[in-house]
Write a protein that binds this ligand. Structure first.
Ligand SMILES: Nc1ncnc2c1ncn2[C@@H]1O[C@H](COP(=O)(O)OP(=O)(O)OP(=O)(O)O)[C@@H](O)[C@H]1O
Ligand SMILES: [Mg+2]
Length: 269
């Protein structure tokens, strides 16, 4: 056993889906889509772990499996030593999942959203409210924004409020599915700073997915490069770059990715 505890362990985890448009009456059904294929990883407490891959490579499925939204076909997942299937309630208190499309209840205010989160974690009453006000202050929310519907806030701010739920409890495994996709450069940096702060000051372990090579390089302690549901490489950003030789020039993660997958990673403008 290593000295640092393991926050997340996945052992031989696989998940397939029936192909879309699948018709059980048609014999010549197409093959199932293997979204996650025999994945085994260990993420240490306090790590920022990145999952980098192209569209359809299985990143969101990977996050949904860890967050108990999907049940693996095979394999085991444990979070701080708790099996996600046998100890679902314990696990749900130890994780906070944030996805791009579901940044909470958009008609509710930040305070209401975090109060809901607090109840989910079994916190209540005046204590919870004081804690939530302190958290929102930390995000530099204007006082009058605290009670406005989330949908009236910028996307970057919505994302920060959603992530801030992780400040309600500790330790926490924070699962971020493309936390900065579609954000402007400034909001992107703010979200990245918040993620780092959560790790540094709040006993958070972070697993995030991204298309963004620069983000993975700057933010992650280790990165798993995934392609067609499989991990094709797993190392520190520096370790990954050592995998490719580039006569004299320092390789980029883009070079590593191309060499390992034969694909170019689609990034947004
Ligand atoms: N609920 C589902 N039903 C059927 N197929 C699915 C389902 N969820 C994912 N898939 C398929 O599994 C594969 C992996 O999808 P997933 O969404 O995990 O990839 P991703 O890396 O998150 O992609 P993106 O970058 O577009 O977000 C894809 O082929 C997808 O079509
Ligand atoms: Mg996805």
């Amino acid at each position: 056993m290593s000295a640092v505890p393991i926050a997340l362990e996945m052992q031989n985890v696989s998940k397939s889906f029936a192909p879309s448009g699948w018709n059980p009456l048609k014999r010549a059904a197409r093959k199932p889509v293997v979204a996650v294929s025999d994945v085994s990883i260990q993420v240490r407490r306090g790590e920022i772990f990145g999952v980098l891959g192209p569209n359809g490579s299985g990143k969101s499925t990977f996050i949904r499996l860890i967050s108990t939204l999907l049940v693996p076909d095979t394999g085991h997942v444990t979070i701080f030593g708790h099996d996600i299937l046998r100890e679902e309630r314990a696990v749900q208190r130890l994780i906070n999942r944030v996805s791009v499309e579901a940044a909470f209840f958009k008609k509710l205010s930040p305070i209401e959203n975090l109060m809901y989160g607090a109840r989910l974690y079994g916190l209540g009453g005046a204590d919870a409210r004081a804690k939530i006000e302190a958290i929102l202050k930390r995000l530099d929310l204007r006082a009058n924004a605290l009670n406005q519907p989330m949908e009236e806030m910028s996307r970057g701010m919505q994302q920060k409020v959603a992530i801030a739920r992780a400040l309600l409890t500790a330790p926490i495994l924070l699962l971020l599915d493309e936390p900065t996709t579609g954000l402007d450069p400034r909001s992107k940096r703010e979200v990245q700073t918040l993620v780092r702060e959560l790790r540094d000051t709040h006993d958070a372990t972070i697993v995030l997915t991204t298309h963004d090579m620069g983000e993975a390089d700057a933010l992650c302690d280790r990165i798993a490069i995934v392609n067609d549901g499989k991990i094709v490489a797993l190392d520190t950003p520096a370790g990954l770059k050592q995998l490719v030789a580039r006569n004299g020039k320092e390789p980029t993660l883009e070079d590593v990715f191309m060499q390992l997958t034969g694909k170019q990673l689609v990034t947004e403008a």
